[in-house]
Design a protein around this ligand. Structure first.
Ligand code: CU
Length: 435
């Protein structure tokens, strides 16, 4: 059920849109190969859909309005029903307007019967940048961006520069958020995860933000990264990991003997969210401030540091077709474009079934773009080694990144920037092919 109602974020209460009145929405957990059936009752005053982010599902369940289904009207219902082919950490959210930047999001965990060998318990952490219900809605923010163009949206002052990040190679974002959330809670009133020293915990990190990359770590605790975007990787140690909007990372940690916190610093923004990992005496959550500052000085694991596990590598094959996607913006009306054009569902990139498709993502703008492909999991092309299997990948400013996928799931599939303000103003295109 998508609904409007009050949510307690910790620092403040807001009226917003959620799934079922909870933030994040209640987790859905299934086994690989299951048929997932979800009846959505839309109790919002506006139309909506659900997109099942990262799942290689049947196309008519993908939740893209006017491409794979009609919008579900206010008061309407829709039944999503599809097979879930791959295990991993996924999530779901609307694909209508800027609804992603409200409270409409929830985890979708697909278990593998072989999971659990190297951990005792799990902690799902959903990260978000929050502004809804505090005076300006996401739709208001988009309208401001459209009016003010390239200026930072909250100031409206021409020439006001945006915060920068070396890790992101330029601007950190376009929108100012009053709060950063982990599992629906602000840093000063966080979610507490009760555990015991020595426990092995599988972290399932999900960035549900709309305009914010997060650098995540647990002070003085090494993470072993095991999966990106649901798919296994060659395990790699990290002090912190970077997640763009839409990305997921699974990592295992060993719980230390005293209470600590998982910290998610909004990259380049000087704000953070946290989940308390309570293995000893309770702590005052404000004592995390110094650790959060310290976290930003530690190295962050990025996609270039990750190799796909052998079991999920694409077979060696030269691409049958290469499409270049030049990412540009923002234009005068805050338009973000692919190959100079804004989104048109009738004008996409031609591909054929069975092809190995290479997408050459060329970022000609001054901001990073987490580019997401629906219905498939691509492999990052990395010279001389098997890059990560992913469905969302950060393309840094002035950089070109290539990804390969096999056209093995016919339908009409979006590929787009997962910054909702970029996608909504045009940075989306479609690839269609029939069986
Ligand atoms: Cu973008």
């Amino acid at each position: 059920m998508s609904t409007e109602g009050a949510v307690d974020l910790g620092a403040t209460q807001v009226i917003t849109w959620t799934y079922g009145g909870e933030l994040p929405g209640k987790e859905i957990r299934v086994q690989r190969g299951d048929v997932l059936k979800v009846d959505l009752s839309n109790r919002l005053k506006v139309p909506t859909t659900i997109h099942w982010h990262g799942i290689a599902l049947r196309n008519d369940m993908d939740g893209v309005p006017n491409l794979t289904q009609s919008e579900i009207p206010a008061g309407g219902r829709f039944t999503y029903e599809f097979t879930v082919p791959d295990a991993g950490t996924y999530w779901f959210h609307p694909h209508v307007g800027t609804q992603l930047d409200t409270g409409l999001y929830a985890p979708l965990i697909v278990e593998d019967p072989e999971d659990g060998g190297d951990y005792d318990t799990e902690l799902v952490v959903v990260l978000d940048d929050w502004l809804d219900g505090l005076g300006r809605s996401p739709a208001d923010v988009l309208a401001d961006l459209r009016t003010n163009g390239m200026t930072m949206e909250h100031t409206g002052m021409p020439g006001m520069s945006m915060p920068q990040s070396d890790l992101l190679g330029g601007d950190v974002g376009d929108v100012v958020y009053p709060h950063m959330l982990a599992n629906g809670r602000t840093a000063n009133a966080p979610h507490t995860f009760a555990t015991k020293p020595g426990q092995r915990v599988r972290l399932r990190l999900i960035n549900a933000g709309s305009d914010t990359a997060f650098r995540v770590g647990v002070p003085d605790v090494r993470m072993t990264v095991t999966h990106t975007d649901g798919f296994p990787v060659v395990p790699v140690e990290a002090e912190t990991v970077l997640l763009g909007m839409g990305e997921r990372i699974d990592a295992t940690i060993t719980v230390p003997s005293s209470t600590t916190a998982l910290l998610a610093v909004a990259e380049g923004r000087g704000a953070y969210a946290q989940v308390i990992i309570q293995s000893g005496r309770p702590v005052d959550p404000t004592t995390s401030d110094a650790a959060a500052t310290q976290l930003t000085t530690l190295p962050a694991l990025t996609v270039r540091d990750i190799e796909a596990a052998e079991s999920v590598r694409l077979p060696d094959k030269a691409p049958d077709i290469t499409h270049t996607l030049t990412l540009e913006g923002p234009g005068d009306k805050y338009d973000w474009t692919i190959n100079g054009r804004t989104y048109d569902p009738n004008d996409g990139l031609p591909i054929q079934p069975g092809q190995r498709v290479r997408l050459r993502l060329e970022n000609s703008s001054e901001m990073f773009h987490p580019m997401h492909l629906h219905g498939h999991t691509f492999q990052v092309v990395d010279k001389g080694r098997p890059g990560a299997r992913k469905d969302t990948v950060i393309v840094l400013p002035d950089q070109t990144l290539e990804v390969d996928f096999d056209a093995d799931n016919p339908g009409q599939w979006l590929t787009h920037c997962h910054n909702v303000y970029h996608g909504e103003t045009g940075m989306m295109t479609v690839m269609s092919y029939e069986a």
